[in-house]
Ligand binder design. Sequence first.
Ligand code: EPU
Length: 298
Amino acid sequence: MCGRWQTALSIACEPLIQSDVALAGRTWFRLGGSAQNFCAPNDVAELRNALHWARSKNVPVRVLGGGANLLVRDGSLGGLVISLSQPAFCGVSFDGDRVKVGAGVDLMHLSRDCSYDGLAGLECLAGIPGTVGGAIAMNAGGRFGSIGDTVERVRLIDRAGVIVDRDSRDMCFAYRQSALEDRIVLEAVLKLRQEPVDEVKRRYQDNWRFKKDSQPLAAHSAGCIFKNPEGDVAGRLIDRAGLKGFSRGRARVSEIHGNFIVADEGATASDVLEVLEYVRETVLKKTGVRLETEIDVW
Ligand code: EPU
């Protein structure tokens, strides 16, 4: 092949990687540092290129979903951050009571739209923020159910760029976990149920109201910070330990729900981490229970 064509080919394969991209605005906490390398691929081919780029540089890859369950530390984050926010990863198509959804689809919109169309199964996720990919990775949910309950199959890509399909059993969904390992969700087929619209809508609205009444939704937070320990509730343990309102810098334990840390204007990731570790230590001292973090900390 002549040199000119080789050059053209290598340019076409070069992933579109941006440097020093601020992440605060992409997280629900609205704080934290920036990604040294950031890529929002336009399609699977570009995603593969980005993964190959990371492998060739031997740097870690992190996938940014809706930034809802995430704390980004202050400063500069090494490696590559990938966001599947481009239209190729945000498709939604219905086939009877099944819906095929891309990893980048907004979970709150999906659960509302399905519930208002009389497709039951996602009303338990009312008001839970994030993307479908992030939700599947951690089997997002609440006291009314989890997304894993509806998953029929998932299409994944591994770090070498190989695409595999997995059914729900292979994903081993459990409380806030799945067997995703270091693969990335591309899309999923969810199996819902057709039920009278009024009933599904009412359940959705009840769940949403419950969330609004019991959680500090107007504040900047990452939802529940800790997983519920076996047989107990993290929020209750934190509440009973007298930690509501405890603060460091501009971050504090919510007065509304003990398992939320809220970040006031000017808070840093270090403030949040100090509150988090103080809460963990205090609950351990007072109850003997070591709380496990639910959020991702980058
Ligand atoms: N409670 C207290 N004090 C508090 C908070 C809660 O005593 O400060 C008590 C409540 O009164 C209730 C019990 O603890 O009796 C359970 O509380 P809640 O119903 O709020 O449920 P949760 O277990 O704290 C879970 C999920 C939430 C989800 C809700 C509702 C986890 C860690 N949390 O909260 O998910 O929204 O159920 O479905 O599983 C999230 O994962 O980010 C999240 C917010």
